[in-house]
Design a binder for this molecule. Sequence first.
Ligand code: 13P
Ligand code: SF4
Length: 336
Amino acid sequence: MTDVFEIARRDLEENGFLDMEVDPTLDLFEEIEKLKREKNAVILAHYYQEGDIQDIADYVGDSLGLSQQAADTDADMIVFAGVHFMAETAKILSPDKKVVLPDLKAGCSLADSCPAPLFRLFKEKYPDHVVVSYVNTTAEMKTLTDICCTSTNAVHIINSIPKDQPIIFAPDINLGKYLVKKTGRDMVLWNGSCMVHEIFSAEKITKLQMRYPEAKLIAHPECEPVILDKADFIGSTSGLLRYTRTSDATTFIVATEPGIIHQMEKASPDKVFIPAPPNNQCACNECPHMKRNTLEKLYLSMKYELPEITLPEHVIRDARRSIDRMLEVSARAGLV
Ligand code: 13P
Ligand code: SF4
């Protein structure tokens, strides 16, 4: 007879997500802490996760910080509270560790906008170009990449490449255009984008700026140029957080996924953070992929050690080169 545990495992494996009821009387914070100790697990969470997940995590950070943590941890299990490509990156950097993602369906529209088979054909048209890819790509895309980057280190990565070396930049066209402007390099750009960052409304932001003339507009470089041109500060999630902490301003219009506001409010409780409105009827602009993870799914993923991220050995080997190069350049530049 198949036991309940086995059925649960199979359900997780087949459906890629946890559809199980969690006893509502459980104190999940306590249970998760217990599981962390029992299993020598570490919880790594991106700034776009819900507040409860950020609060229970051992480390909360941006894509670069999370990959540095994944490379360095001595935990036996990495519980990745983020999206699929981030958990894959953790597996590539720590292939001997068990990596679980609370919801296997937590994908990324930006990673989806650059399928590896299509990119392979695109790349063939530019045989003398090196490929710089944003980490928001699948593991297979990383095997076609010479060096990865994140929004924190992208300028350093581009500048580390000899000036006469032509470059393809993938997949985010908005970050690509921003980097062309910032570095003066004329790169070939793949036409991908993030569904969260491309949907901010310039018109609604202008109205907000008129209502709060003292507010600083801060934006992630995945936003469209029309938003970036208006921004007082452009930076990665950790860059935006640092700016709000150190700036004399007290009001900020935040043009990135609003999960980051949890840390901004914790760091600067007296300041005001207004999520930039999107170009639709919603009031905020949450990433539906990031928000698939919940505290309940996090608890279940730790308890059953599923859904687990696995990758073929050759993918790990070939993808790792491009991530290692990125981490080396970042370490040389002192970026954390
Ligand atoms: P960073 O974490 O590099 O700021 O990127 C934001 C993002 O879109 C992650 O999905
Ligand atoms: Fe992907 Fe955009 Fe969501 Fe980040 S915010 S995970 S880039 S869809």
